[in-house]
Structure formats: C-alpha cells, structure tokens
Design a binder for this molecule. Structure first.
Ligand SMILES: [Zn+2]
Length: 404
C-alpha cells in the first residue's frame, strides 16, 4: 500500500470509529470522545468539523469548563436527520418501500400492488414512483439521501446488481440489470444496491432484531417460497452463484410424492408449504369431521391460521398436520444448523403466527435429530420484526455501507 493510500485508509477508519461512537451515544464532548477512541484532540476536532459540515453531527450546547479559565467545550450530537436511506422489497404481489433516518427509524412507507408476472417496465415505473413519493417531502434534503437498496425474490447477483431469475416474474427473463435500470431514472449520485430479499431480512435481525448481539445468524422466511438469509462472523454470505440461502430446494424427501415448483421431488419448500398442509387437511376430513378447523368453513376452505390456532388448543387433526410439518422443518433446519452452526436461527414469515405448539415441538425435534451429544446452544426463535423487516433491513444495509 502506498503511504498516501495508507493515510487515507487511516483517516477513513478514524472517521468511521468516531461516527459510530456518536451514533451510539447521546451527547458527547471531545474529551468524552477521546476516552472512547485513541486520537488527539486536534484530530478529533478536525473530524467533528468535517461531520458538522456535511450535516451528520450538530452542536447542541456547551459543557462545563474543565480547566481554570479554559473555554467551555462544545457538546456534540449525532444528527439522525443528517441523512436518509431507502429500502424496497419486490415480493410476488407487492412493492413495499420505506425511507428511514440515519438511526433506521421509518419516516414514511408506501405499498403498491403488483400483478402476477407484471411486466418489468411497469414494475420499474412503480419503483420510481415510490422513490419519488418517499423523497417528495421538502424537509428531506435530496443531497442527504445516502442510497437505495432493493431486495428481490429469486436469484440475484449482488455484485452486478442483476436479477438472474425471478420465479414470480418469469417474463423478466434472465439477468435483468435492475440496478442499472433504476440508476438511469433517479439522481445519478444515489448508490443503488440489489440483492435477494432474504439477505436484507437477515440483516434486519442483526441490526434491529433478535440477533443484535450475535455474529452468526440464519433467518428463514417461510411463506410462498422458502429461503434463508445467512450471516456468519458478521458477514452476509452469498456464495459463488448467489445460491447460499436457496434452502427451499434442498431435497429432503426424494422418494415422496411432492413435486416442487422447480420441478424437483421432495424439496424442503414443497414439504413445508402451507398449501400442502391445507391439502392434507381436506384429505383427512372423513377421518376427523369434528375437527375445529372445519367448524367455520367446512373442508373446502380451511384456513392456515385456523390450523395453527387449533394445534394450540390440542385439536387432534391440527396436531397431526403440525407434527408432519414440524418433522420436515426439523430435518431441514437440522441440516442448516450442521452447515452453518449459527448462534441463533430466526423464523420469519407466516410460521411466526403458528404459536407455542409449533415452536416448542420444533425445538424438541431438532435436538433429537442432530446427532452429536456435545452441548449446543443454537436458539430457535420467532422474529419480532413483522412484515417491514425486509425493507427496513435494506435501508439499514445502505446505512451500514455509509458508515463503513
Ligand atoms: Zn424445488
């Protein structure tokens, strides 16, 4: 490394360290800062002036003078409104977008419906309209927008900013240059980041959710499909072909009758899909006509929430259905644990509504399957972030890049 390059790197690292102290503390003086980071007062003052100039730090007042006759020191505060980040998620049937301040507080959000396999130009227009909607408030200074991150379902190339293939939008074809197409339509200095939504979902758990104090976490999103976001040693893992996290297509029942949407037999996704649970419920109607899951709607329109609810009330059919899905989840999750050995495994999506029976028995099942008798402390938990997690994770990812 040349010495100029080295100096620049040190300067950058110093700035980042200071900004992170400021971001995590309330108000602080230069003396307070120098206790946290090993830098001279002069260097600290220079950095503070830099941040005041770009709006990320504000002076809130004066502290007590420390030396006799000395000047009262300035008190500094991180300005959470000194910048904004935009996060978006394109799912099967909606585009959901948020704008946050520098502390990941949502300032505004917008949800737009998407049609099945809606053509790309039309979705792109909705992305740009959402961007314009979120930034139209005159209080949001355009030059303070730090970036836009967008999560898509399907296989994505983070480095090229492409959607390699989207199962919900096959008409988009292969290798769609999503980043480029968006960049052409918004101010050119706004960085655009494209990734699979699951990476932002897991990132939100790391920044704001149950994995805040963990360095290794896997977050599984079960819903229409099944994917996972993986963070190991504080790094989002993607893999050579961006396939890390495509757990839905791990084959766990090769001899079974379930055919997956990918054409494979016995994929994890097919075995735990809610449509399979509901189909089995209908098939069992004659054995359990008195089950409470049929009480309101009869056998033709069983609702997954009714199955969840009935399992927690001890309904025999609901228990049988949930035990079946728990056993498949048990196999799939045990495999994932052996692969990544995370500290915590977080369940997001529809199964977070399954309640106590599912989670308790899933934990038991996983403990039973995994072979080693060594003590393991992998926690299995329901996410507490709700359905804004993906977009919020995307915006937080933009911020993390900005503070890097
Ligand atoms: Zn599959």
């Amino acid at each position: 490394m040349t010495s100029i390059k080295k100096q620049k790197t040190v300067k950058h690292a110093n700035r980042k360290a200071i900004l992170n102290v400021l971001r995590n503390s309330g108000e602080i003086s230069v003396a307070g800062l120098s206790n946290e980071v090993n830098l001279s007062k002069q260097t600290l003052m220079k950095i503070m002036n830099y941040y005041i100039k770009n709006g990320m730090v504000i002076i809130t007042g004066k502290g007590n003078s420390t030396e006799e006759g000395g000047k009262k020191p300035n008190i500094y505060k991180f300005n959470k409104n000194g910048g904004y980040a935009i996060g978006m998620i394109i799912s099967a049937n909606r585009l959901f977008s948020v704008i946050t301040d520098l502390k990941s507080n949502i300032l505004d959000k917008v949800s737009v419906t998407l049609e099945a396999d809606e053509e790309f130009e039309s979705v792109l227009k909705k992305i740009i309209d959402s961007y314009n909607y979120l930034t139209k408030n005159p209080e949001i200074k355009k030059e303070r927008i730090t970036g836009l991150a967008i999560g898509a379902y399907g296989i994505t190339n983070f480095f090229k900013g492409e959607v390699i293939f989207s199962p919900h939008f096959p008409s988009w074809g292969k290798n769609l240059a999503l980043k480029e197409k968006i960049s052409e339509k918004i101010p050119e200095d706004i960085p655009v980041i494209v990734d699979n939504h699951s990476r932002f979902q897991v990132f939100s758990e790391k920044i704001l959710g149950l994995a805040k104090d963990k360095n290794s976490v896997v977050a599984i999103q079960a819903g229409k499909g099944l994917v996972a976001g993986v963070i190991i040693e504080n790094e989002i893992r993607r893999g050579n072909h961006s396939l890390i996290g495509e757990i839905g297509h791990m084959i766990i029942d090769p001899e079974g009758r379930e055919i997956c949407s990918c054409g494979g037999r016995g994929c994890f996704e097919a075995m735990v899909s809610t449509s399979r649970i509901l189909r089995m419920a209908e098939e069992k109607y004659n054995d359990y006509p008195d089950s409470i899951i049929f009480k309101d709607n009869g056998p033709d329109s069983v609702n997954i929430y009714d199955v969840f609810d009935a399992s927690n009330k001890g309904d025999k059919l609901a228990l049988e259905l949930m035990d079946d899905v728990i056993s498949w989840f048990g196999i799939g999750i045990s495999n994932i644990i052996l692969m990544y050995d995370p500290q915590v495994m977080i369940i997001q999506g529809i199964f977070t509504k399954a309640g106590k029976y599912f989670l308790e028995n899933l934990r038991k099942k996983i403990n039973k399957i995994s072979l080693f008798s060594i003590e393991r402390k992998t926690e299995i938990k329901y996410s507490e972030l709700g359905d804004t997690a993906g977009a919020l994770g995307a915006a937080s990812y933009v911020l993390s890049k900005c503070f890097e």
